[in-house]
Every structure is written in C-alpha cells, then in structure tokens.
Design a protein around this ligand. Structure first.
Ligand SMILES: [Fe+2]
Length: 291
C-alpha cells in the first residue's frame, strides 16, 4: 500500500517535472534562478499538521532542556559516525535560535539516517511522544523528494554527484519557524547541491535572484507562482545550491523577508555524498537591513 502510494506520487511528480520543465532546467536556472512545479499530493493540510507537531516539539524542548541537551549529544555522536559522510554536513537536529539577535528562528534538520541512529542507540526517545510524532511526520513528508533530485540531476547530466553505496540522493529535510521578531538581513547561498522549497505559510516573503556577477537589493523578487497553496496545489521551487560549481552550475541566492506573524517553511536539500566543497568565491550579496 505504502509502496504503491509512493510510486503514484513519484509518477505524478515526474509528469509535472516533464511538462513544467519544458525549457531545459539549466536554462531556467540561468534565467530565473529556479524551476517551479506542482505537488498535489502533499498539500497544505500535511504541512500544517507538520508545523503543529513542530510547535509541540518546540514547547516540549523549551520546557525540558535536558531533552534538548540529549538531542544535541545525539547529533554530536551522529556526526562522528560514518553515516555523516553520506551527507557531508554537520547540520542535524534541533536549533533554537529564538533568542539570538539577527536570527530569531527555530529549525530542525531531519535525515532518515539521523532518525535511524536515534531509534538504534537512544531507545529512551521512544518514551517522548512529542519527539516520536515529529520524527515520524518528517519521515513521511520528506520521503518522495529524493526522486525529484535524481530527475533534476539526470536532466542536468550530473547524476554521478549522488553515487554512493546507498543508491539514492542524501536528503536533508528542514522545518523552520521564523518568529515575528525575525528581521531579514542578507541573502545567502545554500550549501547543498539542490534545494527544494516545498511549502511555506507565506510564500511571498521568499525572494530570490538568478546568479549573476553582482547583485543589488532590487535584483531580488518573489517568484510569481503558477500553483497555489489555497487550492491545495503546493508550488514547489527547485534551485541549485553551492555544490555544483564543478559543473559550472552556480547557486541561486535567496532571502526570507520578515512578516508580521510567525512563518513556517519546509525545505528539502540534496547533499553530495563524501564531498568536500571546493573553495569558491561567489558574488557578494547586498544587505537588506540598510536603507
Ligand atoms: Fe537557504
């Protein structure tokens, strides 16, 4: 049943991919900085439920700092394990930056191997429903997007970037809550091969710009969306990250503007197995907090 559902979702995404990527993906990245497609299967309800579970997790960890510390020690042990090299990053687990000036956000970086590591070595976590429910929600929701990354890499002719003994792209899934006190300062490049902006409660506040030799604030704009969250047709944006420069594919800088209320978002990152990023100077990015 689960497998069948997965297949039909992949089929759907694949069709969307072919029809919407009628222009070659590389051209869309060069001219717009992104490619949009539609995800009808995991709409607003699935992501709203994820965000509600994230709020429960945040409330639990903020009132039980011992468990937040335990999660931190799991992460530290995980990044010393072999599985870490599959992702080539140290971003895993819970990051509470709610009190940090200039950040004012809380995020969780999920990966299937991190989840399995918790299940295998820290059975006490199974006693905490807020953690169990959130990790299960992440496992379910991130699952279909590995195929999207594989298709994108195949179309660009860079499929070797995902070669590993696991046979699928290393997928890092981020859930983030920007607090109402969050203030946008400067765009950034993602340290991924590809990033997929899956959902957000305020898509207008995401601005991006195609890569160019220099940038001003005016270069950044909110992409017009063909699909709408309100109609349960999630608009998904695919952008290149900073790990494709050996193929002369350059990253799309982006920024999330502040909004009046909290904003939730979910993003999937395709990483590169056993990869050491090349030293690369990208175009410098303008500050948004200076008039
Ligand atoms: Fe980003």
């Amino acid at each position: 049943m689960g497998f069948q559902k997965t297949l039909s979702l992949c089929f759907f995404l694949s069709i969307a991919f072919q029809s919407l990527f009628s222009a070659p993906l590389i051209e869309q990245f060069k001219h717009a900085g992104y490619a949009e497609f539609c995800d009808k299967r995991q709409g607003a309800a699935a992501f709203n439920s994820l965000y509600a579970q994230f709020d429960e997790l945040i409330a639990f960890l903020q009132s039980n700092p011992v468990w937040a510390q335990k999660l931190q020690s799991v992460k530290e042990r995980f990044i010393r394990s072999k599985a870490r090299n599959y992702y080539s990053t140290d971003f895993f687990g819970f990051y509470d930056e709610s009190k940090r000036e200039g950040r004012r956000q809380i995020s969780f970086y999920y990966s299937i191997h991190f989840h399995e590591f918790i299940d295998s070595y820290y059975p006490e976590f199974s006693q905490v429903p807020e953690i169990v429910r959130f990790l299960e929600a992440c496992r379910t929701i991130q699952q279909p997007y590995g195929d999207v990354f594989e298709e994108a890499a195949a179309e660009l002719g860079v499929e070797t970037i995902f070669a590993s003994k696991y046979g699928s792209p290393p997928l890092l899934f981020k859930v983030v809550k920007y607090l109402s006190s969050y203030i946008a300062t400067k765009p950034h490049y993602d340290g991924s091969a590809f990033s997929l902006f899956l959902d957000s409660t305020d898509s207008q506040s995401l601005l991006l710009a195609p890569y160019q030799s220099s940038f001003t604030v005016e270069d950044f704009a909110s992409p017009p969306r063909e699909f709408s969250r309100q109609e349960d047709q999630n608009s998904i944006l695919l952008i290149p990250g900073a790990l494709l420069t050996d193929f002369f594919i350059y990253p799309t800088p982006h920024i999330v503007l502040q909004s009046e209320k909290s904003r939730y978002a979910a993003v999937a990152f395709a990483m590169r197995p056993n990869y050491t990023p090349q030293k690369c100077e990208f175009s410098s990015l303008p500050r948004f907090d200076i008039d």
